[in-house]
Write a protein that binds this ligand. Structure first.
Ligand code: IMP
Length: 432
């Protein structure tokens, strides 16, 4: 088996990192193919905690080559910082980390463009502010996109930034509407100087990662793809326009890594036992029920605050309609159910089995976020359990109500639950 993909089937933050960790030494390469430093993940190694957002979670495994594929958008200061953080802890990445020369580069003006776009109320998405959207816009627009490989050619970079930056300054001034007082103007030479400094630190890692991956597969190596964000944030199939700007589904692998999809033979769909979402956009099962409500309780017990932005995550019941939709798009073979322990102590649990749209019962996810906004969840209610389940290691250790809940989730999604997580530690895991 050459390729496995670990992908979130909700709106991100499904604790995919723990699943990658559990896969242990079953792969030789770990690859990110989408997104950028908007994907926060916390990795604990030998009692030390690392907060990463750009490097893959698997980067801390010895004997594993980590690849940042061409589909990723890279913010060089963040790359340098994360590599430095790991180096300080004695994790040597000089042979184990490779960055695609085709990955696009995020510049400070991308963040400024995003700040301006998000500072009004119209068209606001609730982004992470990391310059992701504007960088992908430049990539697809072609005239202003800069790839990592171009950072390594000083004269070329200076010339390109000499054209791009003045244009961006004019564009932002026109766009500033009401924010002109705080508008930053960028100096092409200063941006070039700063980025040429990063370029020297990036240089040892830069390579043609598509070829590297193709050769690795030919040599029988096993590859793990880490999808960033969640499937409902996929730019094509998610709740557009409230999505990220990349293909977070496994469909992004071919384009974002250069490895043909036929090499991906296993897709592990990761879900929480409930649902969360950060940023704006429809969320039918959201529990917006006040400071003493269930939504707040899930947030508190599950520590549902964004890793990148610290924003409180919106919390709600498990939505089987949404997960059935993403599981089909992802081609998931199995699901892993995370954070089941967070639901302990709730007297009853709800599962969304359908939507009500203007009196019509729908069991399919609408293809349009505006329609989804009008959908009301149709719930099935199951009994909860009062016991602490964090010490459970087999299904039979779980209370009957927890087993019943899992069975129903699996039945509604139409996939077996291969792993159930009952706590953050590696040991707090039930392998079914
Ligand atoms: P962007 O990716 O920063 O452009 O943000 C677009 C949307 O995706 C916003 O709703 C963000 O909150 C959300 N988002 C981006 N990255 C993540 C993530 O890693 N986890 C959860 N939500 C994310």
């Amino acid at each position: 088996m050459a390729g496995t993909c670990v992908v979130g089937l909700q709106w991100g933050d499904e604790a995919k990192g723990k699943i990658v960790d559990l896969l242990g030494d079953t792969f030789d390469l770990v690859v990110r193919y989408n997104g950028g430093a908007n994907a926060g993940h916390t990795v604990v190694v030998g009692g030390k905690t690392f907060k990463l957002s750009l490097l893959p979670t698997g980067v801390i495994r010895p004997n594993v080559t980590s690849v940042i594929g061409n589909g990723v958008v890279v913010y060089p200061p963040r790359f340098v910082e994360e590599v430095g953080q790991l180096a300080k802890a004695g994790i040597d990445l000089s042979n184990g980390l490779v960055l695609s020369d085709h990955a696009h580069v995020i510049f400070p003006y991308h963040m400024e463009e995003e700040r301006l776009a998000e500072s009004g109320t119209e068209g606001k998405i609730g982004t992470t502010g990391r310059g992701i959207g504007p960088c992908y816009q430049d990539k697809v627009g072609r005239r202003f996109g800069v790839r990592v490989g171009e950072l390594l050619r000083p004269d070329h970079l200076r010339e390109r930034l000499g054209q791009i930056v003045p244009f961006k300054n004019r564009l932002m001034a026109a766009f500033a509407n009401g924010h002109a007082d705080t508008l930053k103007a960028f100096d092409p030479a200063a941006v070039a100087d700063e980025y040429l400094g990063y370029a020297e630190q990036l240089r040892p890692y830069v390579a043609d990662t598509s070829r590297l991956l193709q050769d690795a597969v030919k040599a029988g190596k096993r590859v793990l793809f880490e999808a960033a964000q969640g499937s409902l944030l996929d730019v094509d199939h998610g709740t557009y326009p409230y999505v990220t700007s990349s293909s977070s589904l496994p469909s992004g692998i071919w384009g974002g890594s250069g490895l043909p999809a036929k090499h991906v033979t296993r897709v592990i769909g990761v879900v929480k036992a409930y649902t969360t979402r950060v940023g704006r956009g429809p969320f039918p099962t959201e529990l917006d029920d006040g400071p003493d409500g269930t939504g707040e309780r899930i947030r508190r017990v599950g520590r549902e605050y964004g890793t990148v932005t610290g924003r409180p995550r919106r919390c709600g019941w498990f939505d089987a309609v949404a997960v059935r939709y993403t599981a089909a798009l992802a081609g998931a073979d199995e699901i892993t159910v995370m954070l089941l322990d967070v639901l302990s102590g709730l007297p009853e649990l709800r599962l969304c089995v359908a939507y009500d749209l203007d009196g019509d019962r729908r069991t399919h996810f609408p293809s349009d976020a505006y329609e989804l906004e009008r959908c009301k969840p149709v719930y099935e209610t199951l009994p909860g359990w009062g016991e602490d389940i964090t010490a459970a290691r087999t299904l039979s250790d779980l209370p009957a109500a927890a087993r019943r809940y899992l069975d129903r989730v699996s039945e509604l999604v139409g996939l077996p639950a291969a792993v159930v997580s009952v706590g953050p530690d590696r040991e707090q895991t039930i392998r079914v």
